[in-house]
Design a protein around this ligand. Structure first.
Ligand code: AMP
Length: 439
């Protein structure tokens, strides 16, 4: 396929309506990205499409543009025309934002149906007869069952985004129920970063003669990404983290940890050292997550400490560096994490801090990406000059965590404890953000 697209195409060449071409220009999208150049003509030609694409490849545009093109041509009524199912609330919100930005010229209406947000507000949105529904499977199903007047009986397009993650045990049942409620006569687009057995099964059930396209080879990482590792003893990790972040001062970074508590502790340590860090993790309430994300997006904080919950989907276009503070035990998570940088042709750095216990996992990662990575060059003596300051910052952070945030949450419980620590971490309610107040 790539050979056929050797000439640089424009959005107009792909056959999109003039108003959509203009919308792309307004967003600064000069030429289609590879996945868009391949998927859009197929989708406009009425094909079901499977896209193997990572976050950052431009996959949202690849499905949103043909849907909007079809919406323009569709006879009335046009409500509940397309549904996009996504595994996370943040991703759903970002997808809806892209639909709204691309469809601004044609007055597209979207509703975001995700958990953690008032059902009544969403019901009001549904009553306005939106064209596009974007949501997480559980909440979409809830509305399909309980909200009067809401049905997918006329649905024309279904998108399963990050299908591999949609098929985890939390969603599988809801997803299957939703599929029963959708007309057979429809187009389906399935996007997934990885092709698991479950995704293949879903593809067989859900898609008709689909065309498969790949934004990049299965587990490869992009060429503009500089990847490095550093072997170090566990006790020196914090020091190295601070060293790297200071060396790259002024850049935007995402630091990945294994646990939610670690995001908070590290954010406190870094803040104690005067760095602008903010945590985001699955234990935080939805509004706090959005608040944290906004602070990062607006540049108020340039370091985001996160768990893998945040490793996919979030539309953060300007990450210069990804640091794997903890090495992921599942190597595919590595691909998703580093996919946060070096996006849309830009350059980026990914550094993995590997301690004596994580070697095995790191070796698996190198196997998966099919290359041996170079070592992050630094003089240990120079790094350890920071040791005293980092230890003191850690001591203060640990005391603060014990004082304020020590209460363990039960599963599914939102974080109403530890308010003090949240204030200290600069975590405010996402609702106060202008950008998100609209929905
Ligand atoms: P996605 O993979 O859909 O999350 O998109 C990743 C980022 O690329 C988003 O910030 C988009 O706004 C941006 N993007 C998508 N398509 C293009 C394009 N054709 N040119 C430049 N940027 C794009």
């Amino acid at each position: 396929m790539a050979e056929e697209n050797e000439e640089v195409k424009t959005f107009k060449d792909l056959g999109l309506a003039e108003s959509l071409v203009e919308a792309c220009e307004k967003l600064g999208w000069k030429t289609p990205l590879k996945i868009q150049a391949e998927a859009i003509p197929l989708a406009l030609g009425g094909k079901d499409v499977i896209g193997l694409a990572q976050t950052g490849s431009g996959k949202t545009g690849a499905f949103a543009l043909p849907i909007l093109h079809a919406l323009l041509d569709a006879p009335r009524p046009k409500d509940f025309f397309a549904c996009v199912l996504s595994p996370t609330r943040e991703l759903a919100i970002q997808i809806a934002e892209q639909f709204e930005a691309l469809g601004s010229e044609i007055g597209v209406k979207c509703a975001v149906l995700v958990g953690g947000i008032d059902m009544v507000q969403q019901t009001i949105k549904i009553a306005k007869q939106p064209h596009i529904i974007v949501g997480t499977p559980g909440r979409v199903l809830d509305h399909l069952k309980h909200t009067k007047g809401f049905s997918f009986s006329r649905l024309k397009y279904l998108v399963l985004d990050e299908a591999d993650r949609l098929l985890n045990e939390d969603f599988e049942e809801s997803l299957n129920e939703i599929l029963q409620m959708i007309p057979r006569e429809r187009r389906t687009f399935l996007f997934s970063a990885t092709m698991t057995k479950k995704v293949q099964k879903l593809q067989r059930v859900c898609l008709r003669n689909p065309v498969k396209i790949e934004a990049s080879s299965k587990y490869s990482t992009v060429d503009t990404l500089k990847q490095q590792y550093r072997f170090l003893p566990a006790k020196h990790k914090d020091c190295y983290l601070v060293y790297i972040l200071t060396e790259m001062a002024g850049s935007t970074s995402m630091v990945f940890t294994r646990t939610c508590d670690a995001t908070r502790l590290l954010a406190l340590i870094l803040r104690n050292l005067g760095l602008k860090a903010i945590p985001i993790n699955g234990h935080m309430s939805q509004s706090k997550r959005l608040g944290a994300l906004n602070k990062f997006k607006s540049g108020e904080c340039n370091i985001l400490l996160c768990t893998d919950v945040a490793s996919r989907g979030l539309d953060i276009p300007t990450v210069d560096m990804v640091i794997n503070y903890d090495i992921p035990t599942n190597s595919k998570d590595y691909i998703h994490r580093v996919g946060r940088t070096a996006r849309a042709g830009r350059s980026g750095v990914a550094i993995s801090l590997v301690n004596q216990y994580e070697l095995e996992w790191y070796i698996q990662i190198e196997k998966l990406i099919g290359k041996k990575l170079p070592e992050y060059p630094s003089q240990e003596e120079e790094v350890l000059l920071l040791e005293e300051r980092v230890s003191e910052a850690k001591r203060l952070a640990t005391t603060k965590m014990k004082e304020t945030g020590g209460k363990k949450k039960r599963r599914g419980e939102e974080d109403n404890d530890g308010e003090d620590i949240d204030k200290y971490l600069g975590l405010k309610d996402g609702k106060s953000s202008k950008k998100f107040r609209r929905r």
